[in-house]
Design a protein around this ligand. Structure first.
Ligand code: 8YV
Length: 309
C-alpha cells in the first residue's frame, strides 16, 4: 500500500490508485487508529512541500521502504531518520527548474513594473482618470541569489539575458561560474538591488533573510522568495515593508501557508502568490510521472530515477 500525505495532484492520485492500494491520509479522521490498523501494509509514503514524513510518521510505519516526494524541496521529510532506517527517498528535481525560475523573473518584473497594480488600475476603470505612475526598470538591475543550485542557476541565466549583473551566496564558492561570490548573505544583500532566495530549507538556512539582511538590501531593494517561507523572518519582513525600510517583495512562499500576513494586502510594492512556482500543467504532470517512476523502480528493484537517500 501507498500512503498519500495530502492532496497534491489528481492525476497522480488516479495513477497511484490504479497501481497500489492507496490510502489518502487527509481523509483519515483518526490518524493514530488508522496507522495502528494499516501500518503493516504501508510500504511507501508520497508527500510534497506541505506534508511529508516526519520522525513520528516514519516510526509508526515499520514496513516503510520509500518516501517519494512530489517536490524538489525535502524539508518536510526527516532525512536523518530515513537514513537511519534504510528508507529510500526521492524528489522531483530538474522537471520544475524552468517553471520556478520563470516565476522568479515574473515576480521581479511584477514588483518593479507594478504589473498586478497596473491590472487592478485598468479593471477599476482608473485609466480614464489619468496615466499610471512611473515604475522601476528591471533590465540591468543587479541580482543577488542565495543558493546556486539548479534553480538558482536557471534564475541567473535568465536574469543575465536581461543584462543584470549576477552575484550569489552559497556556503562555499562555486568553482565553475563567473558570477561574483559573496561569503555572507549580508554582503550579498549590500551589493545587489534584487535579492532572490533559491536555496533548500534546512536548519542552517531558516531565517537566512533576517532583519540585518533586509537592512543591507535597503529601502530600494527588492526581495524575491521562491524557496520556502521560513527562509525569511516574516515578522521582520512585514515591518520592514510597512516602515519603508525595504523597497518591495515578490513572494511565492510564506512561513505559515496558506496564511499570509494581512498587513501585506494593502501594499502595492508587494506581489503575493499562492506557492505556484511549479504550478503548470506540464510540470505537475512531469513531477507526477517522476513520483510514479521512482515508486515503480523501487518495487521492481531497479535503480531509482531521482534518489536522495
Ligand atoms: C510544490 C515545491 O508546490 O518542489 C517543491 O519543493 O514546493 C512544489 O513544487 C508542491 O510540492 C506541490 O504539491
Amino acid at each position: 500500500g501507498v500512503l498519500m500525505a495530502c492532496p497534491m495532484s489528481s492525476y497522480l492520485e488516479q495513477e497511484l490508485d490504479k497501481r497500489f492500494k492507496l490510502f489518502r491520509f487527509w481523509n483519515v479522521p483518526q490518524k493514530n487508529g488508522f496507522l495502528i490498523q494499516h501500518a503493516d501494509s504501508i510500504r511507501a509514503v508520497v508527500g510534497n512541500a506541505f506534508a511529508g514524513a516526519d520522525a513520528e510518521l516514519i516510526n509508526s510505519l515499520p514496513k516503510l521502504e520509500i518516501v517519494s516526494s512530489f517536490s524538489v524541496g525535502l524539508d518536510k521529510i526527516d532525512l536523518n531518520k530515513c537514513k537511519e532506517k534504510g528508507i529510500r527517498v526521492t524528489n522531483t528535481p530538474d522537471v520544475l527548474t524552468e517553471d520556478v525560475a520563470d516565476l522568479a523573473i515574473g515576480l521581479m518584473l511584477a514588483v518593479l513594473r507594478r504589473i498586478c497594480e497596473c491590472d487592478r488600475y485598468v479593471r477599476k476603470g482608473l485609466w480614464k482618470s489619468g496615466d499610471f505612475k512611473l515604475t522601476s526598470k528591471f533590465s540591468g538591475k543587479s541580482v543577488g541569489i542565495i543558493g546556486l543550485g539548479r534553480i538558482g542557476l536557471a534564475i541567473a541565466k535568465r536574469a543575465e539575458a536581461f543584462g543584470c549583473p549576477i552575484s550569489y551566496y552559497t556556503r562555499s564558492e562555486k568553482p565553475n561560474t563567473n558570477y561574483k561570490y559573496y561569503p555572507t548573505v549580508v554582503e550579498l544583500a549590500s551589493n545587489c538591488q534584487i535579492l532572490v532566495v533559491a536555496c533548500a530549507l534546512t536548519p542552517e538556512t531558516r531565517h537566512i533573510v533576517n532583519r540585518e539582511v533586509m537592512e543591507a538590501l535597503g529601502s530600494n531593494g527588492i526581495l524575491i522568495n521562491i524557496g520556502r517561507g521560513p527562509h525569511v523572518d516574516e515578522k521582520e519582513l512585514v515591518s520592514a515593508l510597512l516602515e519603508g525600510r525595504l523597497g518591495g517583495a515578490g513572494l511565492d512562499v510564506f512561513e505559515n501557508e496558506p496564511e499570509v500576513p494581512e498587513q501585506l494586502f494593502g501594499l502595492e510594492n508587494v506581489v503575493l502568490l499562492p506557492h505556484v512556482g511549479s504550478g503548470t500543467e506540464e510540470t505537475r504532470k512531469a513531477m507526477a510521472d517522476l513520483v510514479l517512476g521512482n515508486l515503480e523502480a523501487h518495487f521492481l528493484n531497479k535503480p531509482l530515477l531521482t534518489p536522495v537517500v
